[in-house]
Design a protein around this ligand. Structure first.
Ligand code: PLP
Length: 335
């Protein structure tokens, strides 16, 4: 099957499977797994943080960040569309007793500075204490500019708030901006990164920050059941993902542009692109479910949303893009 549903469907490469089979392992809860330790050290070096923690998922990394920055009854400011508000089962509230303070994302995915400023609560016992601002980059495939991120960092500094980045796809942002990942990372007190999306690892995310922050997150990871034992088996693949895969993400971005070009030739669709690996197409008449079934018969998987979200990744070639575009054109010719 050609799978456009998400970059989470990527399969580990033969090199990753080999590294997993060969990995030196130990008990990571004792701090004894050399492959996990090497991954965490490598991440610090590559992204410019003092400490890093390997986690089972991006959701866990974000939850650990929120719980490490905020105590019970405190709050974080985030976007209405933020993954760590909308798509993580309310974990911060359920497990951390942390109050989200969502504000509307602008069309470009950013949180307007004035809106952040207005949402910061005064020191008054009626209010939850505002502790943290959480941004997301990329968000829905859109990229936050370096300037904007610097401005939010300055605002947080001035107001005594911490700043977290949900950087599940932050390497896509760095590639789209054409900058070293450190130029994004330097604005944040903490950052999560998914290794299991476009970077192709089978399992795992990283949380990064200063040493005291990561020490706290490590304790909470144990509390949440995320202390893994011979985790070097998966860290071995994650290391290759972090080391070698960012440099190929531009292929995915090019394929998304190619798909956009092809779909724009189909009058029944309204196409919206992003600078990265995600694009959207709205059916002028809602035929998404029919289209999904039609494509499935031809060995192509999509998510039938409104709009439909297409995601390109290392399992998608430019030929696959042509195959999809031709199949969609066929659908609209005969329906
Ligand atoms: C996928 C994703 C996550 C969560 O990652 P999981 O590993 O699926 O838990 C967090 N934030 C964003 C923006 C994501 O896209």
């Amino acid at each position: 099957m050609i799978d456009f549903r998400s970059d989470t469907v990527t399969q580990p490469s033969p090199e990753m499977r080999h590294a997993m089979a060969q990995a030196l392992v130990g008990d990571d809860v004792y701090g004894d797994d050399p492959t996990v330790n090497a991954l965490e050290a490598f991440a610090c070096d590559k992204l410019g943080f003092e400490a890093a923690l390997f986690t089972s998922s991006g959701t866990q990394a974000n939850l650990l960040a929120l719980m490490s920055h905020c105590e019970r009854g405190e709050e974080y400011i985030c976007g209405q569309q933020a993954h760590n508000y909308k798509y993580e089962a309310g974990g911060a509230a359920v497990l951390g007793s942390i109050q989200p303070q969502p504000i509307d994302n602008a069309a470009d995915g950013s949180l307007p500075l004035e809106a952040i400023e207005a949402a910061i609560k005064a020191d008054d016992f009626h209010f939850a204490r505002t502790r943290l601002v959480s941004l997301e980059n990329t968000i829905g495939g859109k990229v936050l500019s370096l300037d904007y991120q610097a401005q939010v960092a300055a605002l947080c500094q001035a107001r005594g708030l911490k700043l977290h980045l949900d950087g599940a796809r932050v390497f896509n942002a760095a590639v789209a901006l054409g900058v070293d990942i450190k130029l994004i990372a330097k604005h944040y007190d903490s950052m999560s990164v998914c290794l299991s999306k476009g970077l192709g690892a089978p399992i795992g995310s990283l949380l990064m920050g200063d040493s005291a922050f990561i020490a706290k997150a490590r304790r909470l990871r144990k509390m949440l059941g995320g202390g893994m034992r011979q985790a070097g088996i998966i860290a071995a693949a994650a290391h290759i993902a972090l080391d070698k895969m960012p440099e190929r993400l531009h292929f995915d971005h090019d394929n998304a542009q190619l798909l956009a070009e092809r779909l724009r030739a189909i009058p029944a669709l309204e196409v919206t692109t992003t600078p990265t690996n995600i694009l959207y197409a709205r059916c002028r008449r809602d035929r998404a479910q029919e289209l999904k079934a039609f494509l499935q018969n031809r060995g192509i998987l999509i998510n039938a949303g409104a709009p439909i979200r297409f995601v390109t990744h290392l399992g998608i070639t430019s030929q696959d893009v042509e195959t999809l575009a031709a199949a969609i054109a066929d659908f609209y010719r005969c329906h």
